[in-house]
Design a protein around this ligand. Structure first.
Ligand SMILES: [Zn+2]
Length: 336
């Protein structure tokens, strides 16, 4: 019999073992009882309550109307080797609207409702374990877009949204087109743009992943490390010497990156703070004045800001050439 802790303490290894048993299942013959839901299945069924695209209302779909349920319900049922109506029934066990639900199911529902962060962590565990077992997005879509959120956050979209980005993409695409023509391959401008954009995104993703890893997913300025919330843009990786001003090599160099919470990332990006070659953090005159005058600013940039950029031991710190570039061109005051 499952208990609440089987759900709340679900590890990736346990989840992988559950997936293993799920993929080996057969559909129950009509009229036969189905096997009990494993925690990974239950976690995903709970996740359906949080899905906004599609919205899954279990009260609307069951019995005769199950065929009109969103495709996602059918996808999960196929993966779990269950009848689609068992998915919506499970949801109603969870929210307590079916009297034959188990006590722990409603407890789980209440617990998750009170702590979405924890739920997303469980959802992430269930998904990672599934991917490890070779279950891809076609069989198990990431319907809460958590995996995409991770990608989104490390893309550093502020960086990419820079208008100079589009310009540079166009330039590189034109170069690629010309190079291809020399080999008698004619690509349309849309094709080359897509290739160059993709290359830039992949490169950026690799850069950001490495920077976040080096900083141990921790803000280098204040030490915030929201581990249960990874991939939700609470820690972002960005360039010290901005993407647009960097060469291709510099854009990919992880020693041209810092990981920071959004507040400190923005302050660094706007030159309100900088880091010298000895990794000491400096506050601009304007920021210091604002700290004196405004308590909210004091809260974020007073004592919570470390004296020196925190780089985990054994990790190469950012190159001083990039830091120098930052305080010469981005920082609002001069260090000299
Ligand atoms: Zn911070």
């Amino acid at each position: 019999m499952a208990s609440l802790s089987d759900y709340l303490d679900l590890s990736e290894t346990e989840a992988a073992a559950q997936w293993q048993s799920i993929v080996q299942r057969r559909m129950p013959p009509p009229g036969k009882r189905q096997v009990n839901f494993t925690p990974v299945e239950t976690v995903l069924c709970y996740g359906l309550f949080l899905s906004d695209d599609p919205v899954v209302d279990p009260h609307r779909f069951g019995g005769q109307t199950i065929n009109s349920a969103p495709r996602l319900v059918h996808d999960l049922a196929a993966l779990f080797r269950r009848r689609p109506s068992s998915i919506t029934s499970k949801m109603m066990n969870l929210n307590g609207s079916r009297v034959n639900g188990a006590k722990y199911e409603v407890e789980f529902f209440m617990n998750m409702g009170a702590d979405v962060v924890r739920f997303l962590d469980l959802y992430g565990t269930a998904l990672r374990a599934a991917r490890r077992m070779g279950i891809g997005v076609r069989r198990l879509p990431d319907f809460l877009r958590l995996e995409q959120a991770t990608e989104y956050s490390i893309l550093g979209l502020e960086d990419l949204a820079d208008s100079r980005f589009d310009e540079m993409i166009e330039q590189e695409a034109a170069q690629l087109r010309a190079a291809k023509l020399r080999y008698n391959q004619e690509l349309s401008s849309a094709e080359t743009t897509r290739i160059v954009q993709h290359r830039a995104r992949v490169g950026h993703k690799a850069f950001a992943t490495e920077v976040l890893r080096r900083f141990d997913h921790t803000c280098g300025f204040c030490g915030m490390a929201p581990r249960s919330f990874q991939g939700n843009r609470l820690i972002v990786a960005s360039h010290i010497k901005p993407w647009a001003d960097s060469s291709n090599r510099e854009r990919r160099d992880p020693r041209n990156g810092v990981a920071a919470c959004p507040t400190h990332d923005a302050a660094f990006d706007k030159g309100l703070i900088t880091v010298n070659g000895g990794l000491r953090v400096h506050r601009s005159r304007r920021l210091r004045a604002s700290i004196e005058a405004e308590t909210g600013v004091e809260h974020n940039f007073g004592e919570s800001l470390r004296e020196a950029l925190m780089v985990p031991s054994g990790v190469e710190p950012p190159r001083s050439a990039y830091l120098h570039w930052h305080h010469e061109h981005i920082y609002q005051d001069s260090l000299r």
